[in-house]
Design a binder for this molecule. Sequence first.
Ligand SMILES: C[S@@+](CC[C@H](N)C(=O)[O-])C[C@H]1O[C@@H](n2cnc3c(N)ncnc32)[C@H](O)[C@@H]1O
Length: 312
Amino acid sequence: MSIGAAAAMRANVHRQNRLLIADDWRDYRLLDSGAGRKLEQAGGFTFVRPDAQTLWRPRLPDKAWAKADAIFTGGGDDDESGRWRFEQPLPERWPMAWDSVKFLCRPTPFRHLAVFPEHSVHWRFAQDAIKAQGGQPEVLNLFGYTGLASLACAAVGAKVTHVDASKKAIAFARENQTEAGLEDKPIRWILDDAFAFAQRELRRGRTYDGVILDPPKYGRGPNGEIWRLEEGLGALLDTCVRLLRKDPHAPESAAGFLVATVYAVRLSSVALAQAAADALPPKGLLEYGDMTLPHISDDRLLPTAIYARWRG
Ligand SMILES: C[S@@+](CC[C@H](N)C(=O)[O-])C[C@H]1O[C@@H](n2cnc3c(N)ncnc32)[C@H](O)[C@@H]1O
C-alpha cells in the first residue's frame, strides 16, 4: 500500500484527546493534595502518600493532614523505596467496593493501596463495551495486579484471562475474586511474563474481544524476563492488537476494545496514542490523554497516568 493510501486509511480512525476523571467512587476519596503529597481516604482509613505532581498548595489545614492513619515517607517519585508509618494499628486488609465489585484494600510495601482508583474510568469503558457486545466476550488483562479490571469485566459477563508475573499479586487477585463473590465466573489466573504470554497466545491463534494492559516502567517476568517500557511497548501493543478478534464485516480489520495505561515515565499520551495507532486497524475511536482523580471539596484534579484506548 502506498504511504498516501495508508495515511488515508488512518484518517478513518477518529482521534480524540480526552481528560478522564474517576468520579464514580463512594469508598475512595481524594481529600486534599499539595506540596508533594496527597491525603486520601480508602474505606474508613486515611493516608498520606508522596506525589511529585502536586506542585500546588494544600487547601486543608495541617491538623487535617496530621490526623491521617498512615503516612508513607521517603522514596522519590520513580523510586518505590520508603516505608509506611502507622499512627494507629490498621487491619491487614479491609473491604471496599467500586460499583458492585467488592475487593480488599491494604497498604503495600511499595506505597500503593492494592487499588489504583483512577482506573475505574477504564473498568466502566470495558464494561460498556462488553455489555454492548453481548454473549460472553473474552478479555485479556496484562499486568493485572490485584485483579480489579478482571473482576469488573467478569462481573458483566466476560470470560477473562488475567496475567501477572507476581505470585503474590495473583494470590491477592484471587482473594479479591472471593471477596467480590465472583468465584463462579470464568477467570483464568496466569502467572507469566505478559509479553511472552501474549506472543504465545498469538502463535496459538487465540483471539480476544478486549485487551487491557497496564505495564509498569520496569518489571520482571517469573523467569527473570526483563520488561522495560520504553523498549518493549511498541512490540507489546502490536501483539495485543493482533490478538483482537477480526471484525466479521471487515476481515482485514479488528473489533473489540483496547486500553493501555502508563505511569511515571517521560511519555506523552500523544506518543502512546500514536504508537497504538501504528498497530490499530484503520477504524474506530482512539481516545488518549490524562487520567485524573477529583478532589472531594474543590475543583482541582490530580493527574495520575496517561492512557490511550480504542473501541472498534
Ligand atoms: C499494574 S503494573 C504497574 C502499573 C502501575 N499502575 C504503576 O504504578 O506503574 C504492576 C503489575 O505488573 C506486574 N508485572 C511486572 N512485570 C511484569 C511482567 N514482565 N509480566 C507480567 N506482569 C508483570 C507486577 O507484578 C504488578 O502486579
